[in-house]
Design a protein around this ligand. Structure first.
Ligand code: NAD
Length: 492
């Protein structure tokens, strides 16, 4: 585990020498003291990224040349697959098979954007038809500049990869600040960058708190773009900081995503996808379908089967065989989730399953998978993101009722619908005000497809070619090709 910041291709102690306790949420033990960056370190990192962008080779390499580095990063991630996955488990708490899946996705993300970097060379410009034949116009794409990237703790290396891979593919340089709760795998990415001899300053990794390291990054005048994933309140601060000098901004924020299950659905399939939609990664998933709407005729049956299956979920240390639900990432998140469950109880909700700390766990931030029913549509637990293994289930009368309830949220990240009627699924999918819609499933995510939210769930899209566009500027080059004089001020 690393105890220095990765700045300008070198490992450096933070100027003020501070550290962050990294805690294993399954044991509550301190497993590492990570370096805590402050303003001075951010300033050095941003200046290194600026020099690498303004006078280094990176933005001037062809896409094909940059792709070689991206593929080398993917290979190194794959080589360290098991070690990285284990670090992720001890840092974040998630079960090992989920962590392995994340690491594979992270490597896949670098490979995918290597391909898109090559495509940039294949399509270097677009000719634009303009309404005057004396002119020719073209559009070219250029790297946007220096990116300040800030990431959350729920998928530590994967959320980092969703930003680093497309930004580097585009030719940008970056200062990355991972979450202070889970800095370990991001620091390993620094070691990988060093091993593959990524030019200095292209990727700088500074661990630290939001206040001491994140905020100075968002306020730094030499940063051109802020790419942020995290909560709505922090996203608002990032946007306000970026507004000072009109930085380009993309935000991937929270959600309270609905899952609408119609009465013609297979109940077993519905229960399985409801569970995958909320208990995967302990429910700490921005797109988690935490509001389940079930059509009245099958409501009771779905709740009953859901509670039976939820009781079977094996809770434990993510490193133990068979664990399907690990601990919550931190004491702070653990307290927040238990407080939300208590509040739901006081507001009149029924705890149909779970609702507290599982029996027999003396340490670790463990919370039972929890099913809540009978909450009102204006209750806190129905409206606000809990970001834990807590699902709210409500009945609905008909399609119009379901769509109204689903869309009645300030968030619009994801939504899911289940029915055997394909036309109905298509109608409801289009009626959802959300950036990601799943039909007859919930959560499967592909690097090739756009990811991002409507309303307060964010601005912009990651992944796919949309993710690359996040890090590119578009320039028009228009030339006057005629021999004749222009003739506006000086008459021929
Ligand atoms: P958070 O907002 O608390 O922190 C996110 C990051 O912002 C961290 O690195 C943190 O250090 C930093 N930060 C905090 N204050 C800052 C400030 N003032 N200036 C700059 N940076 C600051 O979020 P979190 O708890 O790490 O993550 C959970 C949230 O992330 C949830 O709301 C979840 O829905 C969201 N999320 C969204 C997506 C998506 O793709 N839409 C993906 C994962 C997580």
């Amino acid at each position: 585990m690393r105890d220095k910041l990765f700045i300008d291709g070198k490992w450096e102690k933070p100027r003020r020498g501070g550290t962050l306790d990294v805690i294993d949420p399954a044991t509550e033990e301190i497993i590492h003291r990570a370096p805590a960056a402050t303003y001075d370190d951010i300033d050095r990192a941003v200046k290194a990224a600026r020099i690498a962008f303004d006078s280094g080779p990176w933005p001037r390499l062809s896409g094909t040349e940059r792709a070689v580095y991206l593929r080398a990063i993917a290979e190194k991630i794959e080589e360290r697959r098991h070690a990285l996955a284990r670090l992720e488990v001890t840092d974040n708490g998630k079960p090992l098979p989920e962590a392995l899946w994340d690491i594979d996705d992270a490597a896949g993300c670098f490979r995918y954007y290597a391909g898109l970097a090559e495509e940039l060379d294949a399509n270097p410009e677009e000719t634009i038809a303009v309404g005057d034949t004396r002119f020719t116009a073209r559009a070219i794409r250029e790297p946007l500049g220096i990116v300040g990237a800030i990431t959350p703790w729920n998928y530590p290396l994967l959320m980092v990869s969703w930003k680093v891979a497309p930004a580097l593919a585009a030719g940008c340089t970056m200062v990355l600040k991972p979450s202070e709760l889970t800095p370990l795998t991001a620091m390993e990415l620094g070691a990988i960058a060093e091993e593959i001899e990524l030019p200095p300053g292209v990727l700088n990794i500074v661990t630290g708190t939001g206040q001491d390291a994140g905020q100075p990054l968002t306020e730094h005048p030499l940063v051109d773009k802020l790419a942020f994933t995290g909560s709505v309140p922090t996203g608002r601060k990032v946007m306000m900081a970026g507004a000072q000098d009109i930085k380009n901004i993309s935000l991937e924020l929270g959600g309270k995503s609905p899952f609408v299950v119609f009465a013609d659905s297979d109940i077993e399939k519905a229960v399985e996808w409801i569970m995958f939609g909320i208990f995967w990664n302990q429910g700490q998933v921005c797109s988690a379908t935490s509001r389940v709407l079930v059509e009245e005729p099958i409501y009771e049956a779905v709740v009953k089967r859901l509670c039976e299956e939820v009781a079977k979920i094996k809770i434990g240390n993510g490193l133990d065989d068979g664990t399907l639900l690990g601990p919550i990432v931190s004491k702070g998140q653990y307290d927040k989730i238990l407080t939300a469950i208590d509040r739901a109880r006081q507001d009149g909700a029924t705890i149909a399953a779970g609702g507290g700390r599982p029996a027999g766990f003396n340490s670790g931030y463990f919370i039972e998978p929890t099913v809540l029913t009978d909450m009102s549509e204006d209750s806190y637990v129905w409206r606000e993101e809990i970001f834990g293994p807590v699902v709210c289930v409500k009945p609905f009368a008909d399609e119009a009722d379901a769509v109204r309830m689903a869309n009645d949220s300030r968030f619009g990240l994801a939504a899911a619908v289940m029915s055997t009627d394909k036309e109905r699924c298509e109608r409801v999918a289009r009626a959802f005000r959300a950036g990601i819609v799943w039909v007859n499933c919930s959560q499967p995510t592909f690097t090739e497809a756009p990811w991002g939210g409507y309303k307060q769930s964010g601005i912009g899209r990651e992944l796919g070619r949309w993710g690359l566009a996040n890090y590119l500027e578009t320039k028009q080059i228009t030339s006057f090709d005629a021999d004749e004089p222009w003739g506006w001020y000086i008459k021929p």
